[in-house]
Design a protein around this ligand. Structure first.
Ligand code: IMP
Length: 453
């Protein structure tokens, strides 16, 4: 069977921890979209591993697959694998031959296009994600399978690289270097291909995964980023260039929707909001310069203080970029939209410990939009920017020994926090499978393990 993990907000909901937890019962963990823009930290045997591309299950001896919907920077892939090997692990990572390769010119273009966007920049991670998906859709990409085929590789590079060079030099006016040199790229790509072949890493992802499922194995499909930065269902254009929603799990692995739909689809929810990047955020507290629209620096208002408190308690600084994240109250219209778009069968709610100690906790229950009350996210980002949150106030809960709570189980969670959790589950009409009360694995209360069902 499959279990699909989907971020229900803006990324950084704590998906890694849930994948890690349920991944114990999985034989294979496959990513279906994104690339090395996704930062996840896995704590295993007291050691911390920071990964951005390799599926986190690979740390625990699972087979890790990068599906065809991923964009793969071979440099990152090899350096993460080498890093794990240096620490005594033997990661088994497979890469779809249909996945697209992020090449050096994509990374250069990501930076200069963002700088040129002025006002429309998404605040990307500058890992070349958007330019690579652009080339995929424009039918001029280089796929992982091409790296193993010198003749095809040369044809592809000779076609695309001069176009990219002209774009960089003539449209953006920059001087280009080896990143835009066909011969340099050809040699580099051949080296990538040789290593992929030597280590027998490439697969036809759909066939590989289906065979494992047919053999009775458990497959976890690990989404990166979150619903509100999905290219179709998010705050376009301030989005990533792929589909973190559950439909992406089919297209991005080669498994059919009936296969994915016959398993569980778990929405990962952070108990408040955090966001790296630009675009509207109706429940935002305070702001972050360069990311919050029209924000020109903080003051010492109670709202800014609260934002700083939550940011520090929650460690809300980007795993990949180190940037401070914007923070806000939980946004129910955003969650209703996510639950519908992915058809969640269960929820994992994280970080309720971060809100402990606050007198009151607010939730954006609905929006006021042009004088009307609405309960989900409007379809255009401009309309979303005009929404004002209508809040519900919950009584806060005290700081407690969360490890002890995790050991004792659900009933040990402070009553007010239980009320908050039950409100979320009721509004989304979806049961809670797990509650995260701290960063470590032992700090999660598991109510349901989908692989046991
Ligand atoms: P890109 O994915 O690097 O193209 O960035 C596009 C947008 O998605 C930016 O606003 C990024 O901050 C955001 N983003 C990309 N990956 C992540 C992630 O893993 N967590 C949170 N935000 C992300």
């Amino acid at each position: 069977m499959t279990v699909t993990i989907v971020g229900s907000q803006l990324g950084d909901e704590g998906k890694g921890g849930v994948v890690d937890l349920y991944g114990d019962a999985a034989d294979v963990v496959a990513r279906y979209q994104g690339g090395d823009n996704a930062g996840h930290t896995v704590v295993y045997d007291g050691e911390k591993y920071k990964l951005s591309l390799v599926p986190s299950g690979a740390v625990r001896g699972k087979v890790g697959v990068l599906g065809n919907g991923c964009v793969v920077n071979p440099e990152t892939l090899f350096s993460e694998i080498d890093g794990l090997r240096e620490r005594g692990l033997e990661p088994d990572v497979r890469v779809a031959e249909r996945a697209h390769a992020i090449l050096p010119y994509h990374c250069v273009l990501d930076g200069i296009e963002e700088d040129a966007k002025d006002g429309l920049a998404a605040g990307t991670t500058k890992r070349g994600i958007g330019p690579t998906y652009e080339d995929k859709a424009g039918r001029r990409g280089v796929r992982i399978g091409d790296l193993l085929d010198p003749e095809t590789l040369r044809t592809r590079l000779e076609y695309v690289v001069p176009q990219k060079q002209a774009l960089a030099e003539e449209v953006f006016g920059i001087e280009t270097g080896e990143e835009f040199d066909v011969e340099y790229l050809y040699d580099t790509c051949l080296e990538y291909g040789e290593r992929l072949a030597e280590e027998e890493m490439t697969v036809d992802a759909g066939t590989f995964l289906q065979e494992r499922i047919d053999a009775g194995e458990n497959v976890m499909l690990e989404g990166a980023q979150g619903t509100s930065i999905d290219i179709d269902h998010g705050v376009y254009p301030y989005v990533t260039s792929s589909n973190p929603t559950a439909g992406g799990a089919c297209v991005g692995t080669g498994l059919g929707p009936t296969v994915v739909g016959s398993g569980d689809v778990i929405g990962i929810v952070k108990a408040y909001l955090s966001r790296v990047g630009t675009g509207p955020l109706p429940t935002e507290l305070g702001g972050v310069e360069g990311q919050t629209p029209a924000y020109e620096g903080g003051d010492d208002s109670p709202e800014e203080e609260l934002a700083t408190y939550i940011r520090n308690e929650g460690g809300e600084y980007g795993t990949v970029t180190g940037r401070p994240r914007r923070v806000g109250w939980l946004d129910m219209p955003m969650l209703r939209h996510a639950a519908r778009a992915s058809g969640f069968t269960g929820l994992a709610i994280n970080h309720i410990d971060v809100l402990a100690g606050l007198e009151e906790v607010e939730v954006g229950h609905a929006y006021e939009f042009d004088g009307e009350e609405i309960f989900t996210v409007p379809p255009t980002t401009e309309k979303w920017g005009r929404c004002e949150a209508i809040y519900r106030t919950f009584e806060g809960w005290d700081e407690v020994d969360w490890r002890a709570v995790a050991e004792e189980g659900y009933d040990a969670i402070p009553d007010n926090a239980q009320t908050y959790l039950e409100y979320i589950a009721d509004e989304l009409d979806t049961p809670i499978y797990a509650i995260g009360v701290g960063p470590a694995r032992e700090e999660t209360i598991v109510l349901e393990n989908p692989f046991d069902a």
